[in-house]
Write a protein that binds this ligand. Structure first.
Ligand code: MG
Length: 489
């Protein structure tokens, strides 16, 4: 066999290198020497973000659900960090996804509107090309990138994942209830539909399944979709085990309509919703096994969270925000605080983190970890959480802005949250509060006890934070208002 230049150099270095490696092995007994080259400064180099749809804060056993069994996520929470004050950028699907992918509040990136709107199958628009996505950041660092699952940021070719930094896309491009026979023309007709027998039939929901920019199945068989998304994910990580990868795995479930495969339907004491969540959990376990089998479990960070709170109006088919108030569509905590887990064995310091974090912070954290600069021609709302994840430091985030559409309804600073506007998720009445309602979320996570009267100085401080935020606000174009149809939900 030919001796390469590198082998010659290595043979010359054998003694000093052996000494150095031995020294590393002695000083870091928890790490195998062979793992070291796979990590940058002891931190993971591969990233998987798992995003559930409409899963509530209280819907995992590790977050307190009494009858939904999620052993794999529970194990991830014990081995990694469970974040109990982690937020999304909006309380409905489209803007929440835009926030995660761009690190920016939806009001900045155009994925919001005056009302709590999302994209529809007859929407012409999507996430603007001018936005920089987390996938584009990872591409700059040479990563293989894939989006698997729900997209919901525009289904025309120029808005699909393959036009936003992802090498590969496989999934349903919007919500699993869309593009169907449901009478969208009136809200009442829509909700009555869920009592009808057609809701059990996948053919009722004529949603497409796409590979890259092509439709490969229609209607998508939603009974098997969680498994098939995971199989695609397992294939992607296996194929890319030799190079760094970024995977965005956005399950369409447990958004209504709920579908579970034969192996899971009827198994959970929580009913169909529990079956669906338990199936997602099972397949997360399989994905972790694939990481392990490929030696990727020690250099991959997996983040699990959800896009918005539970769809409470769906009654028993909707999830639960646990002790948090309200759900999807709301700026109460249940709408925007999500059950969140960071998992990276050997890197992340295990524990329960009560500091603040948001999905927008993933953009900044991952960009910094791979050494790609944050765009400096725009405001990025994300902050770097890696000090908290890897060194046990306090989170740099101390505030949270709760938008509904393009209006700011509430602001959290530290433990305190002030609601300046409240509104029912599906109600039209806008209630303005002056003074705002004030809650101490550390003491009163359910937002039951208004303490505004006793704390005028706290309100003043929150007003100052809000004023500074408003002064710097540059609003993006409204990309959601332009639809071919006229209905709205
Ligand atoms: Mg959602």
């Amino acid at each position: 066999m030919k001796t390469t230049k590198y082998q010659k150099i290595l043979s010359r270095l054998a003694i000093p290198l052996g000494f150095i490696l031995g020294f590393i092995a002695c000083t870091t007994p928890t790490k195998e020497p062979s793992e070291v080259p796979n990590k940058a400064n002891g931190k993971p180099t591969n990233f998987i973000i798992i995003f559930a749809d409409d899963l509530g804060y209280g819907d995992l056993s590790t977050f307190g659900h009494p009858t939904i069994r999620t052993p794999n996520l529970d194990r991830m929470a014990v081995e990694g960090q469970k974040w109990t004050n982690f937020y999304v950028g909006a309380s409905v699907c489209t803007p929440s996804r835009a926030a995660l992918l761009t690190g920016r509040l939806p009001i900045r990136n155009g994925m919001t509107s005056r009302v709590n709107r999302v994209l529809f199958p007859d929407s012409k628009n999507g996430l603007p090309q001018t936005e920089v996505t987390i996938a584009e950041q990872m591409k700059k660092a040479g990563y293989a990138t894939a989006a698997i699952g729900k997209w919901h940021l525009g289904h025309k070719e120029e808005f699909l994942p393959t036009s936003h930094g992802f090498d590969y896309y496989y999934g349903i491009p919007y919500s699993n209830d869309m593009d169907n026979i449901i009478p969208f023309r009136s809200a009442q007709g829509y909700f009555d539909f869920w009592k009808s027998p057609e809701r059990k039939d996948i053919k009722t929901f004529n949603v497409p399944l796409m590979r890259n920019t092509e439709i490969i199945e229609r209607p998508a068989d939603q009974n098997t979709i969680t498994r098939r998304y995971t199989e695609e994910a397992m294939k992607f990580v296996t194929e890319n085990k030799e190079k760094p990868f970024f995977l965005y795995l956005a399950h369409n479930l447990p958004h209504v309509p709920l579908f579970a495969s034969n192996d899971f339907e009827g198994k959970s004491p929580r009913g169909l919703y529990g079956d669906v969540v338990e199936e997602i959990d099972f397949w997360i376990g399989e994905l972790l096994n694939t990481l392990k089998e490929n030696g990727l479990d020690k250099n991959t960070m997996v983040v699990f969270t959800s896009d918005n709170g539970p769809w409470l109006i769906m009654n028993q088919e909707g999830g639960s925000a646990g002790l948090l108030r309200d759900g999807k569509g709301s700026t109460w905590e249940g709408g925007m605080r999500e059950p969140t887990i960071f998992w990276a064995p050997g890197s992340i310091k295990p524990g329960i983190v009560t500091d603040l974090g948001t999905t927008m912070d993933l953009f900044t954290t991952l960009s910094n970890m791979v050494g790609v600069p944050i765009p400096n021609d725009r405001i990025v709302d994300g902050l770097d959480l890696s000090g908290t994840l890897f060194e046990g430091k306090k989170s740099p985030r101390n505030d949270m802005f709760y938008y509904r559409g393009d209006w700011l309804y509430a602001v959290r600073v530290g433990d305190y949250k002030a609601h300046f506007i409240t509104q029912e998720p599906y109600g039209s009445e806008v209630i303005r509060h002056d003074p705002p309602l004030l809650y101490n979320l550390s003491v009163d996570p359910s937002e039951k006890y208004d303490i505004a009267k006793e704390n005028p100085e706290v309100i003043e401080q929150i007003r100052e934070v809000m004023k500074a935020h408003d002064e710097k606000m540059v609003k993006g174009p409204d990309m959601l208002k332009d639809r071919e149809g006229t209905s709205s939900k």
